[in-house]
Design a protein around this ligand. Sequence first.
Ligand code: IGP
Length: 259
Amino acid sequence: MLSNIILQKKKEVENLHLPEIQQEVERKSLFYALSNPNRSIGLIAEVKKASPSKGVIRKDFNPVRIAIEYEETRADAISVLTDETFFQGSMEYLMEIKKTVKLPVLRKDFIIDAKQIAQSERIGADAILLIGEVLEPVQLHEYYCEAYERGMESLVEVHSRETLEQVCKCFSPKLLGINNRNLKTFETAVSHTKEIIQDAPSESLVVSESGIHFPSDLEEIQKFGARAALIGEAFMKVESPGKGIKQLFGEVPYATTTN
Ligand SMILES: O=P(O)(O)OC[C@@H](O)[C@@H](O)c1c[nH]c2ccccc12
């Protein structure tokens, strides 16, 4: 699946035209937000309509409304899928959300070309995702620096210990995402975080990503040493995503909030 996505991305990048520079936006630091979280663990709440493994997750999808709810419910940052083909996301969503909320906004896409970094800057992203399984370490580090020069941070995502080892031979990312999804089977297990975090550089702030559905998952990843969680589906499935946050953090019981 990942190789299909990358093939499609290559086609898209060939036809990429940079959008006009938007009104200057004020960049927010994702690292700062996650270092000073509103709860005992940092939260990046994701705006996600669909995924290749689940299809459409949320039919009634109003991205700006969802982002406002996330902000009102004190998420620390917002992730916005901008990939159209596989996740039904859009750069427009990110632009609108960035104009509306004050939280740092992460652009969630498959970055394979420097043009996409310039594009991310122009649409107003505060941070971008760089995937260890997609980019060679040297290239990844180049993009990491390029993003930084353009005023954006990078969340460096890995799916395995092997990838983390390769990346760390090159540099230590400030923000390290450990994806709990197995790239081959598409299954998620928070135990991935436990396994991979052992090799994480001590200076990296670790974000546990994907498959976090219950308060017990949150407790576990925290116990493993993750300092933030990236969560989409669990919130998208609840009629009010803000209530989804409260449920997951045990601030309201599940029974009263499900429809
Ligand atoms: O919806 P979930 O299982 O809570 O996962 C969110 C996020 O981790 C996931 O969307 C994701 C992680 N890395 C990615 C890379 C590309 C697209 C999507 C992703």
